[in-house]
Design a protein around this ligand. Sequence first.
Ligand code: OSB
Ligand code: MG
Length: 374
Amino acid sequence: MKIESITLREIRMRLTSPFETSFGTVQNRRIVLVEVVTDGMSGWGEVTAGETPGYNAETTDTAWHVLSDFVVPSLVGKSISTASEVPALLSHIRGHEMAKSGVENALWDAEAQLRGLPLYKLLGGTIEEIACGVSLGIRENPEALVNRVEEELRSGYQRIKLKIKPGKDYEFVAAVRKEFPQIQLSVDANSAYTLDDAIHLKSLDEFDLLMMEQPLSWDDIHAHSKLQSQIKTAICLDECIYNTRHALTAIELKSCRIINIKLGRVSGHTEARLMQNACREHSVPVWCGGMLESGIGRAHNIAMSTLPGFSLPGDVSASQRYWSEDIIEPAVEVTAKGAIRVPSAPGIGYAVKREFVEKLTVRRKVFSTARAAS
Ligand code: OSB
Ligand code: MG
C-alpha cells in the first residue's frame, strides 16, 4: 500500500448533554479526523484526545502539532504491506499515542477495504454482536442519577458505569444499588483519589461492584497494587496502561484484575490487539473504553471489541446518546438487549457523511506526494 495522501481535519461537534468527570465537564468537542488515501482507497481514523490535558497529556492541539510536524511526514509517500507496520515507522516519536492512533487506524480501514473485508475480520475478530454498557457523568444529586440509570436500563444497556469523585461517591452509588440490586454496576474515578482514601474506597465493597476504574494517580501502577490488596472490588486500570508492557507490569504487581483498552490510549489497533491477547493469556478480562467519540472512532471501537479477549461490556453505546446527528451512516444503534450488531461491509462498515464532515470542519491540512503540504 502506497500512502498517497493524508488529510487532517478538525471538526466541532456539540454533545447533546454535558459530560462531567472528576477532571472536568465537556460539551463542545474539538475532534481531529484523519483521512488517508492509499492505492486510491480512502480510510478514516479519529484522534480521541480531549480538549484539555485532563484525562492524559494529549489535547486536540498537541495532536494537530505532532501529526503535522512528525507523524504524517514520517508516513506520506511510504509503501507498507499492512497497517500493522505503522508502529515501527513511528517508533522514533515518543508518546502521543492518540495522535498516532488516528493515522494507524485510518490505514487499517483502508487496508480492510482494499482486501474487501470488514475491519473486524481483518483484525481477527470473532464476536458478531458486542455487549454494550454506558458511562454516566457525575450528577447534581443521587435522585437525578437514579432517574438517568433507569432510562439507560430501559434502553437495554447491560452494564452501568457511574463516574465518581470525592464527595460524589458513596451516597450516589448507594442510591443506585438500592434501586437496582441486580444490575452490573461499576464506578470510574479517573484518578481522583490517593492511597490515603483506601478505607473510604473500601466502603464501596458493600455494593458488589463489577469493578472500580482508575481510582488513583494516572501514572502510578504501583499504588494501585497497594490498594487492590486492601479492597475486595476488582480494580480496572484505564489511564495507567499505554502499552502491553504496562499491562503485563500491572498484572504481575496485582494492581488490577481487569483492564480497559482504548484505541487512542494504546496507539491503535496493532497494540490493542497485542494487549488483549496478553491479557487473555493471563485470564484478565478486557473491555473497550470510550472517549466520547464521533461515529468514526465509535466504528473502530466496535471492530476492536470483536476480538476474543473482550469479554465484558464496553463503553460503546448508540450514536444518539452523544449526537443529534452523527457523521457516519447508518448511525450506531443498540438492540433492545443492549448489543451492537457488527457491520459486515468492508472497512469500518459505516459510510462517512462527507458533506456533513465538511460543514463541521474548522481547519484542514492536506499532505500528499503529489504536492507540498497545503
Ligand atoms: O475514563 O472512560 C473514561 C470520557 C472521557 C474521558 C475518559 C473517560 C470517558 C468516559 C466516557 O467514561 C465513555 C464514552 O461514553 O465514550
Ligand atoms: Mg475510565
